[in-house]
Design a protein around this ligand. Structure first.
Ligand SMILES: *[C@@H]1O[C@H](CO)[C@@H](O)[C@H](O)[C@H]1NC(C)=O
Ligand SMILES: *[C@@H]1O[C@H](CO)[C@@H](O)[C@H](O)[C@H]1NC(C)=O
Ligand SMILES: *[C@@H]1O[C@H](CO)[C@@H](O)[C@H](O)[C@H]1NC(C)=O
Ligand SMILES: *[C@@H]1O[C@H](CO)[C@@H](O)[C@H](O)[C@H]1NC(C)=O
Ligand SMILES: *[C@@H]1O[C@H](CO)[C@@H](O)[C@H](O)[C@H]1NC(C)=O
Ligand SMILES: *[C@@H]1O[C@H](CO)[C@@H](O)[C@H](O)[C@H]1NC(C)=O
Ligand SMILES: CC(=O)N[C@H]1CO[C@H](CO)[C@@H](O)[C@@H]1O
Length: 570
């Protein structure tokens, strides 16, 4: 073979053979597969270092104290800043084990999952005299159990064949029933606190947060669909509708309110603490249940955020009544927002905010809890980093949508920071002060349910290949099922999904690449520029489906993967 013909042959190989493969599998040709393999193994080891230390030193208590290698029964302390009414006789609910269930499945550890399910079904009880935060217990415990139940019964997972008899669902239903008395208020808005054994305490405080009332619908809705008992979904829905009715004329909500009177207490709000998952559950509730009502709420709320809270790539807080800016602060929790924007199709806006968060991450080595944008300094007291997942979460979503390898670099740098600063012999410890990297003796359960999970999925998304999932705010996957949809958008069903633009595209590499473009209210939208699309079936086929980007006001295009975005060239 002459050099010339060899070159032709190589060229043919590069051009023709790959394009043949492309129709069947894109992953075989992934130039980053070596990096992904190395990084996903690294994250797997992180998870097991955290998990095994929890099992050895803390289980069946709630969370691990990694520095002293002991435990804390922290379920009753979550959200309880003043540590009031702590239980006398509470020995934990294996919180970190429950939070690990869906991660074990994603990591493919079916034997450990089965062992955990067996232990929980024999030993877990919610008949305990402990006052818990409804929001925290819902997202961590109820969400963990409901998600794990679905994963355990999913025939494609081959888990627990024959031995699983809905034990997790029985536990979840028992817990859900214990939640119900909290909703027995004149407004239908739930109390923030409930005693698992005795219900709402006498003289219980009536203050709660927007998140506390507005992010229950995924878990409680799923519980109703699974049990056939509509009370859980109805209670969550009634609370959500009441909350939405309390919005201001600017379509903004406050941060805290009174459940007896239905009046706002704190009128200033943003997209961070106390409000964040309210927005998240509107769009995800729409995706999971196909309810147009949720989309309409979300669209109005999202536009109001873009209009009143956004300043370039940053989001400040504002007074719900006037829209006047109140606090110019970046918080670690806000870092979930770019991930949410990926679901909406505002990729460019997501990308630019994500970059700013990464700058702050790089400046300190991790994301501080609060950063004063107007002074470019840390908040004097909130200098901690408790192993939060939100930045990793957004990185995962942005990589899913764009496949831009830059996000893999970001993920690697998150992994490196976590191992450099927070890994100790007994697990992973929170950072008390990002200026000194002094550690704190606490490994939060969300490190297992979210931080490790999103990092792993960034580098290995094979879990998403056969089923479309949404993730709860605690990182627990719930499958998007047509039978749960009121109106059936066929685009959500994976088996139907072969091509987007033409009939000849390769199979989608991941379920995350479904476009969520709900149909529009037939109104012109001012100022925020996010002109919604007009299709009724929630996916983009053509550029015309995608509307206009909310930050640049440029027309968005429909990518090969079915995402609307400001793509450079398709
Ligand atoms: C992802 O995980 C699956 C199953 O655990 C494995 O078969 C695959 O090789 C992994 N992919 C990468 C890129 O590591
Ligand atoms: C909690 O543990 C203590 C010490 O082991 C035990 O005396 C107590 O009965 C336990 N309480 C409950 C509610 O199980
Ligand atoms: C599953 O987890 C257990 C506990 O960490 C571990 O001993 C086992 O090796 C894991 N199995 C797999 C297949 O990863
Ligand atoms: C339930 O807990 C008891 C006491 O810790 C233990 O002996 C038993 O093995 C547990 N059940 C399972 C299935 O692990
Ligand atoms: C994200 O922003 C960077 C720089 O601002 C740009 O180079 C990159 O192309 C953007 N990526 C996407 C997917 O918009
Ligand atoms: C709805 O959209 C159609 C087509 O763009 C337009 O003709 C009609 O006037 C709109 N209706 C309202 C109420 O805006
Ligand atoms: C467009 C399309 O292929 N729709 C199909 C999706 O899947 C359902 C059931 O699996 C079929 O009934 C539809 O015809």
């Amino acid at each position: 073979m002459s050099p010339g013909s060899r070159r032709t042959w190589v060229l043919m190989f590069l051009v023709i053979i790959p394009s043949m493969f492309l129709h069947y599998s894109t992953s075989k040709l992934d130039p980053y597969s070596i990096k992904k393999k190395r990084m996903s193994e690294k994250v797997r080891k992180m998870f097991y270092h955290a998990y095994d230390n929890y099992i050895i030193h803390a289980f069946p208590h709630d969370e691990l104290k990694p520095l002293t290698k002991t435990y804390t029964d922290s379920l009753s302390e979550l959200g309880n800043l003043k540590l009031e009414h702590l239980p006398q006789e509470y020995n934990g609910s294996a919180l970190s084990l429950i939070e690990s269930l869906s991660s074990l499945v994603i990591l493919g550890n079916h034997t450990e999952f089965a062992r955990a399910v067996l232990w929980l079904s024999e030993n877990l009880t919610f008949d305990v005299d402990a006052r818990i935060n409804l929001f925290e217990c819902n997202i961590r415990v109820l969400g963990g159990l409901v998600s794990a139940h679905i994963l355990a019964t999913d025939s494609t997972n081959s888990l627990n064949k024959g031995t699983y008899e809905n034990q997790l669902l029985v536990l979840a239903e028992d817990l859900g029933r214990r939640f119900l008395p909290a909703f027995d208020t004149p407004t239908g808005l739930p109390y923030a606190w409930i005693n698992l054994k005795y219900g709402v305490m006498e003289n219980e405080i009536t203050e709660t947060s927007t998140s506390g009332c507005g992010s229950l619908i995924l878990e409680m809705g799923a519980l109703s669909r699974l049990t056939g008992d509509p009370r859980f979904e109805n209670a969550a829905l009634r609370a959500l509708r009441k909350l939405w009715s309390m919005r201001s004329s600017l379509n903004l909500l406050g941060t805290t309110l009174d459940v007896e009177t239905g009046e706002w207490i704190e009128h200033s709000s943003g997209i961070g603490a106390g409000v964040d998952s309210f927005y998240e559950y509107l769009i995800k509730g729409h995706i999971l249940f196909g309810r147009e009502e949720f989309w309409r709420m979300f669209q109005s709320a999202y536009l109001a955020v873009q209009k009143h809270f956004r300043h370039g790539p940053w989001y400040h807080e504002a007074d719900m009544r006037t829209g006047r800016a109140t606090f110019w602060q970046l918080t670690s929790l806000q870092a979930f927002w770019p991930g949410l924007q990926v679901l909406v199709g505002d990729i460019a806006a997501a990308n630019s905010s994500h970059r700013e968060f990464f700058h702050v991450w790089n400046k300190f080595g991790v994301l501080p809890e609060r950063y004063l944008l107007d002074h470019q300094t840390l908040h004097p007291t909130e200098k901690y980093y408790p192993l939060r997942p939100e930045f990793a979460e957004s990185t995962f979503y942005l990589y899913q949508a764009t496949k831009d390898p830059w996000y893999l670099e970001v993920g690697e740098s998150i992994v490196d920071s976590l191992n450099l600063y927070t890994r100790v012999e007994g697990g992973y410890a929170s950072i008390r002060d990002v200026t000194t990297m002094e550690l704190e003796d606490h490994q939060h359960s969300f490190f297992l349910s979210e931080t490790c999970k999103y990092l792993y999925l960034l580098f290995n998304d094979s879990f998403l290949a056969n089923q479309n999932y949404i993730f709860t705010t605690e990182g627990h996957p719930l499958p998007v099922l047509s039978s749960w949809h009121e109106k059936l958008p066929k685009a959500y069903i994976l088996s139907n999904f072969t091509s987007i633009k033409s009939g000849e595209q390769p199979k989608r590499s991941s379920a995350m690449s479904l476009q969520i473009c709900p149909d529009a209210m037939n109104e012109s939208v001012e100022s925020a520029c996010h002109i919604p699309d007009t299709r009724a079936d929630h996916r983009c086929f053509a550029d015309e489906d995608c509307g206009v980007d909310s930050t640049t006001c440029r027309r968005r295009l429909c990518s090969m993967a079915g995402y609307c975005g400001l793509w450079l060239s398709i």
